[in-house]
Design a binder for this molecule. Structure first.
Ligand code: EPU
Length: 293
């Protein structure tokens, strides 16, 4: 089956924050035949379509939500499509997890993704959010992206035909566009050196971020030239809890679900934090997580 529909799916089961209500349905698309059937399926199901990867940057609201998830299960494993003495061009399906691609590239001595180690999402999500850490940005390595949209259908956009910025990717297509695969240009380097950078990055994250907790990464974007975590910490939000949710004791810009947290609690904490930071520092914090519903 190239397209499978599940009715009434739990969003808590589909987010790393482990919260949120129920979506009308989810459409699992496995290949390009499935994409041809997708517009009719979406029209039949109604609701707002939302492309949904690993759910590691999403905060869905509680209760019944009028949304239909598109799950782009394009599992094409990483492969080298061209290589010369200095660079390697690598293609990878949207459903492959970023940590898998990072370690695959490191084992081959391909540099360019090592500073993204520890980011949990899928390749599709890494493109859509321009995932980044420690100065590394996923989209800066993109040489082309295969992408689907309801009107334009499947297209290959080469570098230059899409824009990206801090945690933002814009293919200039009608929503809901959906990444199918990414092609990256990586630098060839010494294998041990790349593996070492990956290990150091993971250790660095482990000591500064709650990497094993139920979170969606940083909840607010860093305002230009500032750290949201530092501002929240200075305003006393580190460790602050409401019900089952709380700002991490380790890093104030991470919300943690301690077991029975709800989206309402998460949103209330975010509202309060944004209000206090605005009052004390005159800075407006913008959510980095995508709020759904
Ligand atoms: N800081 C505090 N208190 C805190 C947290 C941070 O004082 O509670 C200080 C740190 O000591 C440091 C500064 O703030 O001096 C910056 O902190 P950190 O290095 O942890 O980075 P960040 O700016 O908070 C950003 C990204 C992270 C990414 C790290 C590493 C955003 C919103 N956050 O965090 O990305 O992993 O840099 O590059 O851009 C994400 O996008 O979800 C994410 C986690």
């Amino acid at each position: 089956m190239s397209l499978t529909i599940h009715q009434g799916v739990s969003l808590a089961d589909r987010t790393t924050l482990k919260l949120g209500g129920t979506a009308l349905a989810e459409v699992v698309v496995r290949d390009r035949d499935g994409l041809r059937e997708l517009p009719d399926a979406l029209a039949r199901l109604g609701g707002t379509p939302v492309v949904w990867g690993w759910g590691s940057n999403l905060l869905p609201k509680d209760g019944q939500l009028d949304v239909v998830l598109i799950r782009p299960c394009f599992e094409q494993q990483p492969e080298v499509v061209a290589e010369d003495a200095k660079t390697a061009r690598v293609r990878c399906g949207a459903w492959v997890r970023l940590p898998k691609l990072v370690s695959w590239a490191a084992r081959r001595g391909y540099r360019g993704l090592a500073r993204l180690a520890g980011i949990p999402g899928t390749i599709g999500g890494a493109v859509a959010m321009n995932a980044g850490s420690y100065g590394g940005e996923f989209c800066s390595r993109l040489s082309a992206v295969d992408i689907w949209s309801p009107l334009q259908r499947v297209q290959t956009l080469p570098k230059g035909d899409f824009d990206y910025a801090y945690r933002r990717f814009n293919p200039g297509l009608d929503a809901p566009w959906c990444v199918l695969s990414a092609e990256l240009e990586l630098d060839r380097d010494d294998r041990d050196a790349v593996v070492k950078t990956v290990r150091e990055t993971l250790l660095q994250k482990k000591s500064t971020q709650p990497v094993h907790a139920a979170t969606a990464g940083c909840v607010f974007k860093n305002p230009e030239g500032m750290s949201a975590g530092r501002l929240l910490d200075a305003c006393g939000f580190k460790g602050k809890r409401l019900g089952g949710m709380g700002f991490s004791d380790l890093h104030a810009n991470f919300l943690v679900n301690y077991g029975n947290g709800t989206a309402a609690q998460a949103l209330e904490l975010m509202d309060e934090a944004a209000r206090v930071v605005a009052e004390e520092y005159g800075t407006r914090l913008e959510p980095e997580v995508k709020i759904v519903g």
